[in-house]
Design a protein around this ligand. Structure first.
Ligand SMILES: CC(C)(COP(=O)([O-])OP(=O)([O-])OC[C@H]1O[C@@H](n2cnc3c(N)ncnc32)[C@H](O)[C@@H]1OP(=O)([O-])[O-])[C@@H](O)C(=O)NCCC(=O)NCCSC(=O)C[C@@](C)(O)CC(=O)[O-]
Ligand SMILES: NC(=O)C1=CN([C@@H]2O[C@H](COP(=O)(O)OP(=O)(O)OC[C@H]3O[C@@H](n4cnc5c(N)ncnc54)[C@H](OP(=O)(O)O)[C@@H]3O)[C@@H](O)[C@H]2O)C=CC1
Length: 439
């Protein structure tokens, strides 16, 4: 099944624009999301009841388990990607991330939302070869043995082959001079379908190692995937007319100018690019975590890709179209799975995937980078105008109120006062709490 066919197959009609969502109670938000996404009563119960990850399951996931560590799970609203609406699960500890993504998605849906594409889910596995005096000769021998190597790799994973995946090709990279002598690295290029693919390709790399040694006469050392998944790219673009960005204080054109200046700063300066990309990962990591995927792998791939030209730069680009629209784009590795790893073990990972209604790992990857682009747009918009603190600190104020000891209705009341006076500090929150409790 192609990605497009799978999408049509899994098509369902969701309206991700839920008015007044922020002002509902947690249970009311859950009910609205369950209704909007057509989830079951069991799906509602999974979230409504504490302990979604039973200790017995957690104990089977990692070692020396003593409990579970919970994070808030929020839902970003308003997303339209390729004409289809999505509710986005985001597991994250940082305030203002979910609000910012939802806000930019609201602006973007006015001009059609996000358009995305992706390459096939091809992962690289590396087989390191040492002890060879003629590295170029070894390269040629390996390329001549390509068919045997690919066939041996594919013999290991019948399930993957039956799903249309498998090892497609090899590459050979030569490092003629290293402190340890010449090193040759063979890459297996494997279509891993709907898996993240690490275990899949690692197994293949270990399987073909004896052939690599026999063909070259060298010694194999490492056999492991590369997290620089530069053949497994997901892309998103968004076009925003100036009018959609205007606020009472900033015209749309002034906003675009500010955002383009902010982007250019990230494009030229690695110190700024690192923070800019952190802002992009603010959107991506919460989706990766919520769907049970390996966020270390995604982070490693993202930053290596950002430095691929030998200079660390922005993962997004922002331009002015000839119609004076702001055009944002993102392209980055996105090795996400719908199967494998914790995606099938963690009940909330499965819940999150059902909420999104994604049919393939490619669709998940594309929606996830769209969230990253939205998040970047939010940060640029805030930074280019009023600064990050007003919007972010107003939401962070609730954290500060909790740290100061506020409970129940006190939390919103103290947070509102901290935000109103632009004085979001724990000692101020303690003063306000003491005053309130005296009354
Ligand atoms: C925070 C906002 C959105 C407020 O912005 P605002 O103008 O106060 O928002 P609003 O009250 O006008 O609401 C607009 C929409 O935002 C959403 N929204 C608004 N508030 C909520 C809320 N409480 N709960 C849920 N959704 C919320 C919601 O979608 C709402 O529309 P509605 O659906 O209501 O019609 C804005 O100031 C913003 O986008 N700021 C940027 C925040 C941000 O980037 N946070 C990330 C943390 S900072 C960081 O780590 C990264 C950084 C910044 O360093 C990266 C970089 O440097 O590039
Ligand atoms: N450097 C890194 O990033 C590393 C990461 N990891 C970890 O590896 C895990 C991910 O590995 P991964 O290989 O995805 O997981 P799994 O090995 O758990 O799952 C992949 C397997 O699932 C089966 N499968 C069933 N349906 C599908 C489908 N539709 N598409 C593809 N495969 C399907 C396949 O065969 P079959 O049924 O025969 O198994 C496939 O080999 C993560 O937990 C990650 O943290 C591990 C090592 C290193």
């Amino acid at each position: 099944m192609t990605t497009a066919e799978a999408r049509a197959d899994g098509a369902r009609s969701v309206n991700s624009r839920i008015e007044n969502y922020r002002n509902l109670s947690c249970l009311e938000r859950l009910d609205q999301a369950v209704a909007a996404a057509g989830l079951s009563a069991a799906d509602r119960a999974l979230l409504a009841t504490p302990g979604a990850l039973p200790l017995m399951l957690a104990n089977g996931m990692i070692e020396n388990v003593v409990g579970t560590f919970e994070l808030p799970l929020g839902i970003a609203t308003n997303f339209t990607v390729n004409g289809k609406d999505y509710l986005i699960p985001m597991a994250v500890e940082e305030p203002s991330v979910v609000a910012a993504a939802s806000y930019m998605a609201r602006i973007a849906r006015g001009s059609g939302g996000f358009l995305t594409s992706s390459s096939l889910p091809i992962m690289r596995a590396q087989v390191q070869l040492i002890g060879i005096s003629d590295p170029e000769g070894a390269r040629h021998k390996l390329l001549s043995a390509r068919d045997e190597i690919v066939a041996a790799a594919n013999a290991r994973d019948k399930v993957l082959i039956s799903l249309g995946g498998g090892c497609r090709d090899i590459e050979v990279h030569v490092f003629p001079q290293t402190p340890r002598g010449p090193i040759v690295v063979m890459h297996l290029l494997v279509d891993v379908r709907d898996a993240m693919g690490a275990n899949t390709v690692n197994t293949m790399a270990e399987t073909v190692a004896p052939i690599v040694e026999r063909v070259t006469g060298g010694t194999v050392r490492l056999r492991i995937l590369s997290n620089l998944a530069d053949l497994r790219l997901a892309r998103a673009t968004v076009r925003i007319p100036a009018a959609a960005l205007a606020t009472p204080d900033y015209s749309g054109q002034r906003m675009i100018d500010g955002m383009l200046d902010a982007y250019t700063f990230a494009a030229i300066d690695p110190y700024r690019a690192t923070t800019h990309n952190k802002g992009i990962m603010n959107g991506i990591d919460p989706v990766v975590v919520a769907t049970g995927n390996d966020w270390r792998a995604i982070e490693a791939g993202a930053h290596a890709y950002a430095a691929r030209g030998g200079r660390y730069t922005s993962l997004t680009t922002w331009e002015l179209s000839k119609d004076d629209e702001l055009v944002g784009s993102i392209e980055m590795p996105m090795a996400l799975g719908l199967v494998g790893g914790a995606t099938k073990t963690h009940p909330l990972a499965q819940w999150s995937l059902r909420l999104m209604g994604v049919a393939t790992a490619q669709e998940l990857a594309e929606v996830t980078v769209a969230v990253g682009l939205a998040q970047n747009m939010a940060a640029l918009r805030a930074l280019a105008t009023e600064g990050i603190q007003r919007g972010h600190m107003a939401l962070h104020a609730r954290n500060i109120a909790i740290v100061a000891g506020a409970e129940g209705a006190e939390i919103e009341a103290i947070a509102a006062e901290l935000a109103r006076t632009h004085d979001v500090r724990v000692d101020r929150a303690r003063e306000l709490l003491a005053e309130r409790r005296k009354i």
